[in-house]
Each structure stands twice: as C-alpha cells, then as structure tokens.
Design a protein around this ligand. Structure first.
Ligand SMILES: Nc1ncnc2c1ncn2[C@@H]1O[C@H](COP(=O)(O)OP(=O)(O)OP(=O)(O)O)[C@@H](O)[C@H]1O
Length: 266
C-alpha cells in the first residue's frame, strides 16, 4: 500500500477485551522503538482511537489532493478514523455494504506518509471488515487480543482461525486484564482466571507477546487521551508494550526478508 511498509491488524473475537487500548499503546511503543507508525481505526460504528490519542472532538483532516485526506497526528503518530469525518454523537445506522465502503475509503484514501507499520484497530468479530482487509491489501500479520476467561478464548480462537483461512500470519496473542492489580494496596487477583493466553498460544502454535494487568490507570490514561506508554514511559505497563512492540517489529521485518542473501567476493 502506498506510503505504508507493513500492515498489522489488531483483532479480537470478542468485543470489550481492550483491543483499542492495546492498539494505541502498541502504536506508541513502536514509535518509541524508532518506527514511523500509523493507526487506522477500522471500527466504523464505534471508533475510539481519536479519544485515546487525545485528538479533540470535531477535528477534521486536511485534504490531500482531490481524493485523499492527510492523516491526523498525535503523540508523533499518524491516525485516521471515522471519528474525524462524522459527528460521533450521532449513531451510524448503516447497512453492511456502506460500512465496508467507508472502511475501504479510509484504507485507500488516506495519504500515509512513510509509515513503517500501520496498525489497524479492527472491529470485534469475523465479518465484512476482516474479509475486506485481507482481500484488499497485503497484511503482514495479526495480533490477537484476548482476556484469559474461557468465553473470551472461544472468540479469540475464531479470530485466529479466520486469519489462518485468509493466510494472514498470527504474530501472537496479547493477554489483557491478566491480573487485577489494586493501585491502593497492591493486592492482586486473577479475576478472569489464569493461563488462557498460554493455552491458546500452544493450541495454535503461536506465542504470548505479553500480559497486561487490569488497572485503574490503564483505563484512566487511555480515556483521557494520554495512554500509559506516553504518560508513564518508564512504568511497568510501558515496558510490557515495548517488549510486545519489539517482537511485532521483528516478525514483520523478517516476513518481508527474501531470505539470506549470499554474495561472493575475492
Ligand atoms: N488492562 C486494562 N485495565 C483497565 N482497563 C482496561 C484495560 N484494557 C482495557 N481497559 C478498558 O476497558 C474498556 C474497553 O477497552 P477497549 O475499548 O480498548 O476494548 P475493545 O476491545 O477495543 O472494545 P470494542 O469491542 O468496543 O472495540 C475501556 O474503557 C478501556 O479503557
């Protein structure tokens, strides 16, 4: 895709598991690792990247030529979302083909500027948008976000199976809300159970890229437009995201290698 080296989908089978929170923090972590990063919010009905990136409501992108828009910028990241084009307070009562059309336009009519890794915050599920993405552009890989309980794992499995069907490599699983951590007393509790990420990674021969706790600060910082990786770059959460970012960057870079090259010289 023009202006973009690698596309990575951030997906989940189930809604509300923290996919958007992971996308925005992973984007910031990749940027901190020295990559040029873009975020495309593919959640047409419920876009949340604008708020998480702290881009004020009502902000509109500048046109780039006749058919495209420049992405918005925040925290050094390029971003495009339906939230920049419509009034987000109004519900979008759209049929499937209109939603797919809007997604295709966001995908193809954004003038990305030298992006190394474009993260796509996918809507939950395995439907039209997922199919359109895999058919329209080359996707380097998918990161699957899940919480550890069985009901979320059931849907995460479907997400993994879907990417396999369309030949998109699964780069790994992020286990979100692994452990509840009380910020007042330090008490920890595995509210959603334990071992879910490991189970699914073993089942599908992939890896757990990282585990994130369920904390008040992750929610508050993301909601306020200054996600953990930007607000507390030395904090534990930021370190987990930096480690996830390194693994993602390494995997997409090796996917584009044509293998070792052999050269001869005197
Ligand atoms: N590790 C966490 N600790 C605390 N709160 C979290 C954590 N991860 C996500 N949240 C909060 O949970 C809510 C849902 O997260 P988010 O919007 O990222 O999920 P999603 O999977 O993208 O949802 P949707 O299906 O609506 O797209 C948000 O309010 C977010 O701040």
């Amino acid at each position: 895709m023009e202006g973009v080296k690698h596309i990575v989908a951030v997906a989940s089978g189930k809604g509300g598991v923290g996919k958007s929170t992971v996308t925005v923090n992973l984007a910031l972590a990749l940027a901190a690792e020295g990559h040029r990063v873009g975020v495309l919010d593919a959640d047409i009905h419920g876009p949340s990247q604008a708020q998480m990136l702290g881009i004020a409501e009502g902000s509109r992108p500048q046109p780039a030529g006749e058919n495209s828009f420049h992405p918005m910028r925040a925290h050094g990241i390029q971003a495009m979302s339906m939230a920049f084009l419509v009034d987000t307070r109004q519900p979008m009562v759209w049929r499937g083909p209109m939603v797919v059309g809007a997604f295709q336009q966001l995908l193809t009519q954004t003038a990305w500027e030298d992006v190394d890794i474009l993260l796509i915050d996918m809507p939950p599920g395995t439907g039209d948008i997922q199919l359109t993405l895999s058919q329209r552009v080359p996707v380097s890989g998918a990161v699957i976000v899940t919480t550890p309980q069985d009901i979320a794992l059931l849907d995460a499995r479907k997400g993994i199976e879907m990417f396999r069907k369309v030949s998109v490599p699964v780069l790994g699983v992020v286990e979100n809300m692994s452990l509840y951590q009380c910020e007042a007393c330090g008490h920890q509790a595995p509210i959603f159970g334990t071992g879910g990420g490991d189970k699914i990674a073993a089942e599908y021969d992939t890896r757990v890229l990282g585990r994130l706790p369920l904390t008040l600060s992750i929610r508050e910082l993301a909601d306020s437009g200054n996600p953990s990786v930007a607000a507390e770059p030395e904090g534990e959460v930021a370190q987990v995201f930096r480690e996830i970012a390194r693994q993602v960057a390494e995997q997409v870079a090796s996917s584009s290698d044509d293998g070792p090259s052999i050269s001869f010289s005197e």
